[in-house]
Design a protein around this ligand. Sequence first.
Ligand SMILES: NC(=O)c1ccc[n+]([C@@H]2O[C@H](COP(=O)([O-])OP(=O)(O)OC[C@H]3O[C@@H](n4cnc5c(N)ncnc54)[C@H](OP(=O)(O)O)[C@@H]3O)[C@@H](O)[C@H]2O)c1
Length: 300
Amino acid sequence: MSTPAPLLAWPEDVASLRIGFIGAGRLGQALAWRLAQAGLKVVAVSSRQEAQALALASPIQGCACLSAQAVADACDLVFVTTPDSVIGATCDGLTWRAGQAVVHCSGVTEVGVLAHALAQGASIGGFHPMQTFGDSHAAAQSLPGCTITVEAAQPELMQGLLALVAGLQCVPNRLPAGMRGRYHAAAGYTSQFINALFDQAVRLWQSWGATEEEALRALLPLAQGTLSAIQSAGVARGMPGPVSRGDLSSIEKHLAAIAPMGPEMRDFYKTLCAVTVPLARQAGGIDEAQAQGFTDLLKA
Ligand SMILES: NC(=O)c1ccc[n+]([C@@H]2O[C@H](COP(=O)([O-])OP(=O)(O)OC[C@H]3O[C@@H](n4cnc5c(N)ncnc54)[C@H](OP(=O)(O)O)[C@@H]3O)[C@@H](O)[C@H]2O)c1
């Protein structure tokens, strides 16, 4: 395995880097637009569908739609922003060179998936924004302020990636090696598992004939209030609800009301409720005897 040649003198020269994207989906578009808005040179993009590449390139002056190999040839820093399952194959299918950097944006995929580029002398890294990229335009707006996890074995690349994080007005996070699975699972609790919680709540509303729209109108401000409480008081002290107040009878009523919805919904409610008991204890809202009362009820 050859030693990578030093990259450009990052972060000083970060503005002179020629940046390219392979894969022009939700994340690729949002990230490319934000980097261009930050004054960085996004010069080339490749995607299998021309329309996708054009969607990324058209708002960026001087950004060309090229083949994947042409992007690799033209750029100092290449973001491989394909789906996780094809990052490795995409990298393996191209010729890389010393002095350039190849970076993926997956949370769970190890950086080693880019080993082919490393073997050819390129530096390799990870650049994972902790944000949900549903619609590219909305995602681009939501990027400033979010955390980006950076990983690179080569110090020059790490400096460069940290400079990009700063340029995007984001917060850098470094991850110990081997923690990507756990790290990405943690992210799931505050992204897609929120959808799972809303699904349960909406199904309860629908049981008396309300629509999902009506449910969300009521539930979203509630969720936002909870997030604000967590932000100001922390996970335990920012937790609302009957368990935090030691109100056992409300939980009894909930369980009785949910029972006709089926054992799956009841058991999920019980599992979630059991997790709130030690949180309420930690916050000082209930004493040991009250905690035991909740535990006994939920085990019954
Ligand atoms: N979306 C998120 O919320 C989010 C958040 C953080 C990180 N990420 C990471 O960002 C990366 C991209 O995710 P995404 O959500 O942007 O995916 P996406 O919207 O599905 O876009 C993927 C892009 O890759 C292209 N592509 C698909 N298969 C390909 C292949 N075999 N070869 C080359 N290009 C291919 C697709 O366009 P063509 O069909 O035109 O090729 C598409 O433009 C992933 O690593 C993901 O884990 C995503």
